[in-house]
Design a protein around this ligand. Structure first.
Ligand SMILES: Cc1cc2nc3c(=O)[nH]c(=O)nc-3n(C[C@H](O)[C@H](O)[C@H](O)COP(=O)(O)OP(=O)(O)OC[C@H]3O[C@@H](n4cnc5c(N)ncnc54)[C@H](O)[C@@H]3O)c2cc1C
Length: 165
């Protein structure tokens, strides 16, 4: 049975992506609370890396887990037998056409607030003191809690929506 911790799984992924594949990576390094065991981790360099990883996981029946800046997560001591896809640098680009901003899921919310405000736009400026990534904010808030976030998000193409059990 293929597992995310298998050497072959990591080697195949490493050969296919531009980003970095880390084996037995301590998850405690990647969460604010500094707890959690290890997992195989992909630090994607591009959105295409994420697509490649998701396709490989689907083909090999391996679960995956999207991780942002780790501000709101507690990893188990035994780690995860899943591919952890760390959405951060490489997926943190920002562009805008008029008032329509496209912000990478990996950008810190506070930085997105500063960048948009510095260009003279309000709306997400209130996120300036909020920890976490734009992707984490969309996933955690858009469906449930924040009407402000939901109203201002038109689509989220690089934000995967299925996590491992
Ligand atoms: C001290 C503190 C203060 C806060 N204050 C506020 C506040 O004032 N207002 C407010 O609105 N919120 C607040 N929050 C919530 C904060 O916005 C969330 O913690 C943050 O959005 C989570 O983003 P993250 O990148 O750290 O996610 P993580 O902690 O890395 O992940 C959290 C969850 O989101 C999922 N996820 C993360 N990124 C992605 C992605 N790109 N694609 C798919 N799934 C993803 C993960 O799988 C996980 O289930 C606060 C949180 C803390 C800890």
């Amino acid at each position: 049975m293929t597992t995310a911790r298998g050497k072959d799984f990591a080697a195949t992924l490493r050969g296919a992506v531009r980003g970095e594949v880390r084996e037995a990576e301590p998850l405690s390094r990647w969460s604010t609370y500094r707890i959690g065991g290890s997992a195989t981790m992909l630090c994607p360099a591009t959105a295409e890396d994420v697509a490649i990883a998701l396709r490989q996981c689907a083909a090999e029946g391996v679960p995956w887990f999207a991780l942002g800046l780790g501000s709101n997560i507690l990893f188990p001591d035994e780690g995860l037998d899943a591919l952890v896809i760390r959405v951060g640098k490489g997926l943190d680009g920002v562009t805008h056409q008029g008032a329509l901003w496209t912000i990478g899921a990996g950008m810190p919310q506070a930085l997105a607030a500063k960048r948009t405000a510095a260009a003279g736009f309000g709306g997400i400026h209130k996120m300036v003191g909020v920890p976490g990534s734009v992707g984490g904010g969309v996933v955690m808030k858009a469906p449930h809690r924040s009407r402000r976030c939901r109203r201002r998000t038109t689509h989220a193409p690089s934000t995967p929506h299925r996590a491992c059990a």
